[in-house]
Ligand binder design. Structure first.
Ligand SMILES: CC(C)(COP(=O)(O)OP(=O)(O)OC[C@H]1O[C@@H](n2cnc3c(N)ncnc32)[C@H](O)[C@@H]1OP(=O)(O)O)[C@@H](O)C(=O)NCCC(=O)NCCS
Length: 162
């Protein structure tokens, strides 16, 4: 398996929509195909969504919101169900971490994940993210989210505060 990571193209959207709306937590949140499609269309050609491709097939994606709290915020990360546990999610995370540090010159990456998403929490902890807080009743009453943060240095260390 040779995984290539590249920017999202319009032809990738149906695969990305399908893997999102069939995955927890979006199944529980009732995200529709129309809403998911809008999410990708709004981000086309903005270098905010990157896909993982294996032999011409899109097998995962990562979406960003840039420069929030001297960090890049990982807005969404999904690997298609049949390609999980092969290291693709970790590759997408590493790609974004390197982009954050080397291209955007920001020292932090963070994301939110449902407190019920135990596999994702394990995955992020293994990738050296730290749980730094919990937001209660975030998506709906009783649906809490953890804030997971990974730091590569201080703001001053990257000369960003001036
Ligand atoms: C979380 C996710 C992106 C991880 O991607 P991945 O390609 O499976 O990750 P890796 O192969 O690099 O790491 C796998 C590890 O992550 C964890 N993991 C997370 N989700 C898993 C799943 N559905 N099946 C198996 N392992 C999972 C396990 O600890 C696993 O370790 P293991 O392979 O030794 O069992 C992927 O499981 C996924 O798309 N889940 C559904 C959507 C989601 O929850 N996204 C994150 C929300 S913020």
């Amino acid at each position: 398996m040779v995984i290539t990571i590249r920017e999202l193209e319009e032809k990738d959207i149906p695969s990305c929509v399908e893997m999102t709306i069939t995955s927890f937590p979006w199944t529980a949140y009732g995200l529709t195909a129309g809403q998911a499609t809008k999410f990708f269309l709004e981000r086309l050609s903005k270098q905010l969504v990157f896909v993982a491709e294996n032999e011409g097939e899109v097998v995962g994606f990562i979406a960003l919101k840039k420069n929030v709290l001297f960090a890049n915020y990982i807005r969404r990360l999904v690997v298609s169900e049949k390609h999980r546990s092969l290291g693709i999610g970790s590759k997408l995370l590493t790609f974004v971490e390197e982009l954050t540090l080397k291209e955007d010159h920001l020292p932090n990456v963070f994301l939110l994940t449902s407190t019920q998403n135990l596999r994702a929490i394990t995955f992020y902890l293994r990738n050296n993210y730290q749980i730094i807080g919990k937001i209660k009743d975030f998506v709906d009453t009783g649906l809490d989210e953890y804030i997971l943060w990974k730091s590569f240095g201080t703001i001053n260390g990257l000369g960003k505060y001036h």
